[in-house]
Design a protein around this ligand. Structure first.
Ligand code: PAF
Length: 286
């Protein structure tokens, strides 16, 4: 079936109605477009597990602070359509901002606690914007399953919590981060990097590898784990750490070295030039 492009909520609901009536399953891959191999992996997984695959492409203004890159966030719907067609998606839902937010939005989804810690402290309002648009997309598409990259690890945990708290009737599927050969996590924002910044950027994944090795060797003190990350980042003059978080993998609560959790999430945000890159790794405690 060729890829269809749909830009209104009414049209999408109309298009999905017969599928739903005949008991077909629907998988949703929410994205902000400028798709890369990481997104393709989400679409492949959705394709394998559902009868109908919908990908949304919507750069959501609610999740950007005024100082952030909403206006310059990269957009290329034609290229996105080629990738989605090649990976067998059925529908791309690409609404204009006016369709999603015809009036200033007064209703928000706030996942308390999880949303204001760590990355949420650095980016006030960000996870509220994410949870609100994702909740809205769930109501519009009513998918059986929705697919998210583990790279945005805190986002994934916020969405899981929202789905549990508000009883959204769907399954959230987290998909492992896809990396370039040198370890750099794929991201639409990698396009901002100059050649020398791109060469410096794999320091993020190297720093997480060092921390994973420390945990594997029995280190559970979060200060020591953080120090292992910082030591590697410090070897790269172009890398400026913004956030280094070592947390219990499900709740993102601080790690107590006297009662270590089964798994530790490492989450970092590092500025390389003007670009803020993030990476993550979940490490089982031996
Ligand atoms: O991860 C993203 O691309 C966005 O935060 C999402 C989940 C599509 C919501 O706008």
């Amino acid at each position: 079936m060729p890829l269809e492009t749909v830009t209104t909520i009414a049209e999408l609901r109309e298009r999905l109605r017969p599928a739903r009536r005949t008991g077909k399953s629907v998988g949703l891959v929410p994205t902000m477009g400028y798709l890369h191999r990481g997104h393709a992996t989400l679409v492949d997984r959705a394709r394998a597990e559902n009868d109908i695959v919908v990908t949304s492409v919507f750069v959501n203004p609610l999740q950007f602070a005024p100082s952030e890159d909403f206006a310059r966030y990269p957009r290329d719907l034609d290229a996105d359509r080629s990738l989605l067609g090649a990976h067998g998606a059925d529908i791309v839902f690409a609404p204009p901002v006016q369709e999603m937010y015809p009036q200033p939005i007064a209703t928000h989804v706030e996942v308390e606690g999880l949303s204001v810690r760590l990355e949420g402290e650095r980016r006030p309002g960000h996870f509220r914007g994410v949870a609100t648009v994702v909740g809205k997309l769930f109501n519009i598409v009513q998918p059986d399953r929705a697919y998210f990259g583990e790279k945005d690890y805190q986002q994934l945990q916020v969405i899981r919590r929202m789905v549990a708290d508000l009883s959204f009737p769907l399954e959230i599927v987290g998909v492992p981060t896809v990396r370039d050969v040198d370890g750099l996590a794929l991201s639409s924002r990698n396009i901002y990097l100059s050649p020398t910044e791109r060469a410096a950027a794999p320091v993020l994944s190297r720093s997480l590898a060092a921390a994973a090795e420390a945990i594997g060797g029995g280190t559970v003190d979060p200060r020591k784990i953080e120090a292992a990350i910082r030591a590697v980042l410090a070897t790269e003059p172009q890398a400026e750490p913004d956030l280094i978080a070592v947390a219990e993998a499900n709740t993102l609560e601080p790690v107590d070295p006297k009662a270590p959790p089964p798994a530790i999430a490492l989450m970092i945000a590092v500025r390389v030039g003007r670009t803020r890159l993030i990476d993550q790794r979940v490490v089982a405690v031996p």
